[in-house]
Design a protein around this ligand. Structure first.
Ligand code: HEM
Length: 417
């Protein structure tokens, strides 16, 4: 088992083209829980963490491990977008991060998320009705991509007629498409900022009931977000909310198709779906890693780390840590509430959209499990193409077919369950 993945450095996207290599990471957890990897962009290489407790330690000690200049691990292929100078929320440390997150939280209240429930149900129903007659579709593009994109557009306030334009820009900026050049990425990012500027201009004197209006006018201790901060947040939200949720929908469905006994448990008792979503988040873990930089000489997992050295936290590995999860490779939709780190392992950057993602996923899986009859994968599983990324573990295409989709019956709201 002593190998470097496919003889490539661990951060190379090619390593993840057949999915996350859980056997290799189990070997690392047992034998090399912390190790250094060389990298063209980091002169002294970077450290890798694979155990749950070490990932949690680094996530929570933000004074020792900074998110500056950004938490993205370069692919080393020379075509990464240069986010170094960008003040994304996810790239800040407290106290700057705390200030910005407080302002943004004004527009991300539990109430505002709850208010989206009926709309999410409407979007899910619409997507399923649209494909129902065909008896087959590509689950990625026709179902999974559309839900989070539409929900974020609703939340933020992007009008229907502009949505596909914004979707295309989203795909071009962070979308893991190797054919998009750095110039095209920059151009798409600039168009996104210009679009957010325009939205703010319209809302400056006539606020609307949307997130952009709230964060544009939010003020704490006399401080407001700058136009650039709003633009960057607009872009981060599109990507953070859509590239992630879509992959839990597809890979989560695939996991259930591979475990019909688990699927039957949920079909027999829908009230188990919220708990099952947590297990699917653990089992699938769409975000593979984030990076931090040591702010001073310190120690992690009994190894000395020097100030300035990058350190990467592998979330799917932490989520299969046998010291935390019994039979970690088993999908068990009835698993007791778990300490999974799919949304981060605690600390200031814990996923801002976790409750929105959970709501979308609960509604989507309830409909998939109850309305589709004879659902199956319509392709050879080992040949399903994946996105080219070391950040997101996801399918690029997932052909599915089914015998029938039953008529929609009104269901109680998730919040009423
Ligand atoms: C299954 C879906 C999702 C997964 C697996 C996921 C995962 C993550 C992870 C791992 C982090 C970093 C945590 C850390 O560094 O400690 C994060 C941060 C973030 N997520 Fe999510 N996310 C999901 C959905 C969403 C949605 C729906 C939104 C918004 C609509 C969203 C917005 C964000 C933002 C803005 C941050 C940065 C927060 C900060 O830096 O303070 N995410 N997410």
């Amino acid at each position: 088992m002593e190998k470097i993945m496919q003889n490539l450095p661990i951060h190379h996207p090619k390593n993840f083209q057949n999915g996350f290599d859980h056997d290799y990471f189990a070997y690392l957890r047992a034998n090399k829980p912390i190790f250094k990897q060389e990298h063209v962009s980091y002169p002294d290489g970077y450290w890798n963490l694979v155990r749950h407790k070490d990932v949690a330690y680094v996530s929570r000690h933000y004074q020792l491990f900074s998110s500056r200049p950004n938490p993205f691990l370069d692919t080393g292929e020379g075509n990464d977008m240069d986010e170094a100078e960008l003040e994304f929320l996810i790239s800040l440390d407290p106290p700057d991060h705390t200030k910005m997150r407080k302002l943004i939280n004004r527009g991300f209240t539990p109430r505002r998320i709850q208010d989206l429930e009926a709309r999410i149900q409407e979007i899910v129903d619409g997507l399923i009705d649209k494909v129902a007659e065909n008896k087959s579709c590509d689950m990625v593009s026709e179902i999974a991509v559309e839900l989070p994109l539409q929900v974020i557009a609703d939340l933020v306030g992007v009008p229907t007629e502009d949505r596909h334009y914004i979707f295309e820009l989203t795909e071009a900026t962070f979308g893991f498409d190797r054919t998009v050049s750095p110039e095209e990425r920059h151009k798409a990012a600039a168009e996104m900022y210009a679009y957010a500027d325009k939205m703010c201009e319209i809302r400056q004197d006539s606020p609307q009931n949307d997130l952009i209006s709230v964060i544009l006018h939010a003020e704490i201790d006399g401080e407001k977000l700058t136009q650039m901060q709003i633009d960057l947040f607009f872009m981060l939200l599109q990507n953070a909310g859509s590239e992630t949720t879509r992959n839990l929908i597809t890979s989560g469905t695939l996991a259930l198709l591979n475990h019909p006994d688990q699927m039957e448990i949920l079909q027999a008792d829908e009230t188990k779906i919220p708990q099952a979503i947590e297990e699917l988040l653990r089992y699938v873990t769409p975000v593979m890693q984030f990076k931090r930089i040591a702010t001073q000489d310190t120690t992690v997992a009994d190894v000395e780390i020097k100030a300035g050295e990058p350190i990467v936290m592998w979330y799917p590995s932490a989520n299969r840590d046998e010291t935390v999860f019994e039979n970690p490779n088993q999908l068990d939709v009835e698993r007791a509430p778990s300490l999974h780190v799919a949304f981060g392992a605690g600390g200031p950057h814990f996923c801002l959209g976790a409750s929105l993602a959970r709501l979308e996923l609960q509604i989507m899986f309830r409909e998939l499990l109850t309305r589709f009859k004879g659902l199956e994968l319509d392709a050879e599983q080992s040949k399903l193409p994946r996105v080219w990324s070391n950040l997101i573990d996801g399918l690029a295409k997932m052909p599915i077919r089914w015998d029938d989709i039953t008529e929609k019956v009104p269901v109680p709201a998730v919040s009423a369950a």
